[in-house]
Design a protein around this ligand. Structure first.
Ligand code: NAP
Length: 247
């Protein structure tokens, strides 16, 4: 029970990678504050965490709404006590070629994926600084490293998250707080379900390990970064993609 007694916040915990992260952290002993835009969508994750013998509570809000996040952080502190782990996983896509991309497409993705993470990191690390301990893991993407046609907004948001991670890591390291970023490759979730067979085939050809990732592949990396096994690691970018991107 590496995370016994720890309290974690996981955004985008209603399905896919976020749900897998919430359950993995709970299986290692953590209590989990689960965040998404609706309480209904969080029920399965909450029940899963409770079934593992841990405390879970849902918080419904838009991560892009700064006031709503501030209020939620206050409420989570009251409900749970210490804030030990923050996983910024909530994310959206609005894919189209740049020439067709509207200002709304740009703002929606940047506001959720990048500003959303900043909104959580600021108040949560304020508490972690007082505690003199804590760990933050941001979920970016391989396209934040290499770019992708049709995802100018999304790849910019994820590249921004990588820069944000490194800067915050430098600002809070002296207070015993680690901040890292995980870049998933192609993971089978609702986000990738919509892609055509043709696109899936093309992607698979680029994965040396010859399979798509599962949400648990990302959850295992996140739990390592939240565990006592990784206390000397901060400001780092971890690619979990079956070997698709090698640097
Ligand atoms: P998903 O199945 O679409 O789930 C997205 C999660 O984010 C849901 O829980 C959703 O909750 C939540 N969410 C979205 N907008 C939100 C907002 N404004 N406020 C609060 N919650 C919000 O996505 P996924 O595939 O699990 O992806 C999770 C993360 O991994 C994302 O950051 C994504 O960019 C990243 N990623 C995924 C892949 C992949 O291949 N799947 C690859 C690279 C990176 P509700 O809809 O219930 O509100």
């Amino acid at each position: 029970m590496l995370l016994e007694g720890k309290n974690a916040i996981v955004t985008g915990a209603s399905r896919g990678i976020g749900r897998a992260i919430a359950l993995e952290l709970a299986s290692l002993g953590a209590n989990v504050a689960c965040v998404s835009r609706s309480l209904d969508s969080l029920q399965e994750t909450i029940q899963g965490v409770i079934a593992l013998g841990r405390k879970a509570q849902g918080y419904a809000l838009d991560v892009a709404n700064t006031d709503a996040v501030d209020k939620a952080v206050e409420q989570i502190s009251q409900d749970f006590g210490t804030l030990d782990i923050l996983v910024n996983n909530a994310g959206v896509t609005r894919d189209t070629l740049m020439m067709r991309m509207s200002e709304q497409d740009w703002d929606f993705v940047l506001d959720t994926n990048l500003k959303g993470a900043f909104n959580w990191i600021k108040p949560v690390t304020r508490t972690m600084i007082r505690q003199r301990s804590g760990t933050v893991v941001n979920i970016a993407s391989v396209v934040g490293l290499i770019g992708n046609a049709g995802q100018v907004n999304y790849s910019a948001s994820k590249a921004g998250l990588i820069g944000l991670t490194k800067s915050v890591a430098r600002e809070v390291a002296s207070r015993g707080i680690t901040v890292n970023v995980v870049c998933p490759g192609f993971i089978e979730t609702d986000m990738t379900k919509e892609l055509s067979e043709e696109v899936r085939k093309k992607v698979l050809e680029q994965i040396p390990l010859k399979r798509f990732g599962q949400a648990t592949d990302i959850a295992k990396m996140v739990s390592f970064l939240c565990s006592p096994h990784s206390t000397f690691i901060t400001g780092q970018t971890f690619t979990v993609d079956g070997g698709m991107v090698m640097s």
